[in-house]
Structures are given as structure tokens and as C-alpha cells.
Design a protein around this ligand. Structure first.
Ligand code: CS2
Ligand code: MN
Length: 353
């Protein structure tokens, strides 16, 4: 197991590479190019430049999150082959600097959804909250406006203002895409990219849907055991794998996370490890990592991976904002660093038996 830490890049993150390399047990950063719209090829010089900076800080850049999928691929639109070609070209360029895993999601239109980005907890920390009634009864436009207001101008992945400007029209395009058609569009994409992933030795790791149930009438794919199995069977190569995000699968209390981690371990290339606390009415908030703070048993999940000989990458996922830190919701330095310490401690204990 190798611990990594998400980094949004110099102009998009208040956390520096120097901060990150001081966290014990962290070997690498999980990067992206925030400024490149989905569907465009990532420029070679930007990739090389990023790789130089990361390695100069003594960290690796083995994992990329995310190379976003253009909507026309998800919709199965006539120009999808061109977009897929661009995707493969980006994969080739990333392989040149030794990238081993690409985390991506196949959620239609939007990335994760929360009702509150900085919800105060009684101890004075702030965290992200999912109020089920609110989300199920709002509109994407209203939610985007709420994020813009709460996030102080920080562009959230999947909620970029350019994308939000057309959100209604984009969602309407899915009126003609049934859930079954969505599975077909997914398979079409996988069958095109997985042979390249094999050649380039890059493991593709799809992120679970967040939340793991349909919102705004859009299709869902990666939300429970059965659908994960269906997804993996679409293309049986080991290069067609998963990002096992405990927080997104764990939002559905029906999901047995240690059992899923054990069952799918050979196809899990990357794990996002975080806790959340279920409250009334299907609501939840993102809690501190230890067992007594959240509803998920991260020890049991890590043990399941460990016992299967997991040797992929793990990162802490969303943390709370603590010690007056200001920054990207979920992506402060301090609570995620505490998450690393917790994960590394559990893993060391597992290794030593
Ligand atoms: C991340 C996602 O913050 C998060 O929830 O896990 O934004 C993630 O990067 C994407 O879904 C993967 O493409
Ligand atoms: Mn995640």
C-alpha cells in the first residue's frame, strides 16, 4: 500500500508541495490539470512541468485524478470517437512520465453533491453535509448558486461556472438516455480505452458515484455491489478497475464496505479512505476518521484490503476544516494529514500483526 495526497496544483491549492512532503508516510501527490476542459488533450509541456515540480519535492506522481470524461462520450453522441481519441492521447502523454493509475468518474453532468460545504460541528470544526430532502428537492442551478455563494469563488470540481452556465440544457440531453443505454455507452468507452491502458500500463480506476443514488433524474452506475460487478464485467481486464471511495459507497447504509473491499480487491487500484456520520432522514456529514466519530469502520475496511495483499494507492479523502484553516471544501491540510496518520497507523499495526 502506498499513501498519496490530493493536490490541485499551484494556482488552485492553498496547500503546497512542501506542506505535503512533511506529512509522514506520504509518498506522492494525486494531481490534475484543473484548467483543461473535459475532452481536450492535456498539453505535453504542462504534464512535464507538473511532473518536474512534484518529483523535485521528493514526491511521486503515480496517480492522476481526474482526467474528466467529455459529456458526449457519456451521452454516446456522434463525435464521441474523436473525444475518446483525445482521451487516449492524454493517457499516452501521462504514461511518458510514468503515471500508473488514472482515477475518473462516469457520473453524468455533475461530480459530487452536498447541501452545505462548511457545516459547523459542535467542536467548532466545519464539514460537508448532505441533507437528503434539500438535495432531492432542489435544482442543479440552485445548488450551483449555493456553492458559488458558500465557496468564496473556489471552482469546485464538477461545478465549474462554465459548466454550470449550461447545466439545464446538458441535463435535458439525458432525457433520451435510459439507464440501459448508459451502460452501453460506458462499455463503448471502456472497450476503446482499456486496450491502451494495457499497452501503456496504466490502471483505470473509476470512482464511485457520489451520492450513490440517482439525483436530478440522471443515470447512476457505480453505487453498490451488484453494479460494481456489472461494471467490472463490461470489460474483464484488470486494467478496468475501481477507485474504492469509502465515503461515497458508505453514504448508502446498505453497502457492506469491508465485504466489498474484500470481494473486489484484485480490481481496486486506488482507495479514498474517509468516514462519515449518518444522522436522521438519510442525511450524513463527513466526520473525523476514527471509529467513534463516524458510521464507517475504516479499520475493518483497511483490514479487508490488507488481508487480500492490497498493494495499490490510498489517499485520505475529504476532511473537516479545523484549526481555523480556510480552503477548498474537504481539502484542507490539517484534517487530511490527521487522516494519513490514522491510516498509516492502522496499516503498520496490520503489517506487524
Ligand atoms: C473527489 C471527486 O472530492 C471528491 O469527492 O473524490 O471530485 C473525484 O475526484 C472524482 O469524482 C473522480 O473523478
Ligand atoms: Mn472520493
Amino acid at each position: 500500500m502506498k499513501i498519496v495526497f490530493r493536490w490541485f496544483g499551484e494556482n488552485h491549492d492553498h496547500v503546497s508541495l512542501r506542506d505535503i512532503c512533511q506529512i509522514p508516510a506520504v509518498e506522492g501527490v494525486v494531481c490534475t490539470l484543473m484548467d483543461i476542459p473535459a475532452g481536450e488533450v492535456w498539453p505535453e509541456d504542462a504534464i512535464q512541468d507538473l511532473h518536474k515540480k512534484v518529483t523535485a519535492a521528493g514526491l511521486n506522481m503515480d496517480v492522476i485524478e481526474s482526467v474528466n470524461i467529455h459529456e458526449n462520450i457519456k451521452l454516446g453522441a456522434p463525435d464521441r470517437d474523436q473525444k475518446i481519441e483525445n482521451y487516449i492521447e492524454t493517457m499516452k502523454r501521462l504514461a511518458k512520465v510514468g503515471v500508473k493509475v488514472i482515477c475518473y468518474n462516469f457520473m453524468p453532468v455533475l461530480d459530487w453533491a452536498r447541501s452545505n460545504l462548511y457545516h459547523p460541528l459542535p467542536d467548532g470544526s466545519e464539514t460537508m453535509l448532505f441533507d437528503r430532502d434539500f438535495i432531492m428537492n432542489t435544482t442543479p442551478e440552485a445548488l450551483a448558486a449555493r456553492y458559488a455563494e458558500q465557496s468564496n469563488g473556489i471552482a469546485l470540481p464538477g461545478w465549474e461556472p462554465e459548466r454550470m452556465a449550461h447545466v439545464k440544457e446538458t441535463i435535458a440531453l439525458y432525457d433520451n438516455v435510459s439507464q440501459e443505454q448508459y451502460w452501453k455507452n460506458t462499455k463503448y468507452f471502456l472497450d476503446a480505452i482499456i486496450p491502451w491502458a494495457e499497452k501503456l500500463d496504466i490502471k483505470m480506476a473509476i470512482h464511485s458515484d457520489d451520492p450513490p443514488w440517482p439525483i436530478f433524474g440522471l443515470p447512476r452506475l457505480i453505487n453498490n455491489r451488484e453494479n460494481v460487478q456489472r461494471f467490472l464485467d463490461l470489460n474483464p481486464s484488470v486494467y478496468n478497475g475501481l477507485t474504492f471511495c469509502t465515503g461515497s459507497f458508505g453514504a448508502d447504509i446498505e453497502n457492506d464496505l469491508p465485504a466489498m473491499a474484500a470481494e473486489f480487491s484484485s480490481r481496486i487500484h486506488f482507495a479514498h479512505v474517509r468516514n462519515l456520520k449518518h444522522t436522521e432522514n438519510g442525511n450524513f456529514y463527513e466526520s473525523a476518521h476514527p471509529r467513534s466519530y463516524g458510521s464507517l469502520d475504516l479499520y475493518a475496511i483497511l483490514k479487508a484490503l490488507h488481508d487480500k495483499g492490497f498493494d495499490g494507492y490510498i489517499r485520505p479523502d475529504h476532511g473537516r476544516m479545523i484549526w481555523n484553516e480556510k480552503g477548498r471544501p474537504g481539502y484542507g491540510l490539517y484534517d487530511r494529514a490527521l487522516g494519513v496518520a490514522y491510516i498509516a497507523g492502522i496499516w503498520e499495526a496490520l503489517e506487524r500483526g
